[in-house]
Design a protein around this ligand. Structure first.
Ligand code: HEC
Length: 152
């Protein structure tokens, strides 16, 4: 192997390592907007994911589900104000489209709010059958947004 090739391979593997450890890049900016919004998304997931597990495992419990929906509603506004102009920097997982297509990003944010409103309304029936489709629609709004606006 030539020295040049060795150096290139070393450089490539270092890049791959850094990319794999995204979470270890510190957000050093004042107020840590990237870290703050990432934490806010994680809090949303902590309420949203257990609902999905309940439904998939056929372990729906109305009280638990209602509590999770209330927590989701309480947490759903967390990330958005931390996507300020000029906050596209490592360790963000946002794509540049967040800023380049701000209107579309806002539309998908509102679709998420609407879908979670509908989920909360459906949960009042306290029946698994009532929440399944609204849960799926809310879940789809996460993916619709991530498709364009979050790196994979
Ligand atoms: C309107 C767009 C949008 C919607 C809706 C949305 N997300 Fe995201 N999400 C993002 C963006 C952009 C990021 C990347 C944030 C960053 O790294 O700066 C992200 C990041 C995340 C992360 C990664 C956090 C981390 O850094 O580890 C998780 C997990 C996540 N979202 C879950 C969800 C779930 C679950 C839903 C739905 C209940 C959801 N998101 C709805 C845009 C969205």
């Amino acid at each position: 192997m030539t020295t040049m090739l060795k150096i290139t391979l070393f450089a490539l593997s270092t890049v791959a390592l850094l990319a794999g450890c995204n979470g270890e890049v510190e957000d050093t900016r004042p107020g840590q907007p990237v870290k703050t919004r990432q934490m806010a998304f994680k809090e949303i997931v902590r309420t949203f994911e257990p609902m999905g597990v309940m439904l998939r495992n056929d372990r729906y419990e109305a009280d638990k589900f209602t509590t999770l929906v209330e927590q989701l509603i309480a947490k759903r506004d967390g990330p958005w104000s931390h996507f300020g102009a000029d906050t596209n920097y490592p360790p963000t997982k946002a794509t540049p489209a967040v800023w380049a297509q701000a209107e579309k990003f806002e539309q998908l944010h509102q679709a998420f709010i609407k879908a979670t409103d509908e989920l909360a309304l459906a949960a009042k029936a306290r029946k698994k059958e009532a929440v399944e489709a609204p849960y799926k629609r809310a879940h789809d709004t996460c993916h619709d947004c991530h498709e364009t606006f979050k790196k994979r």
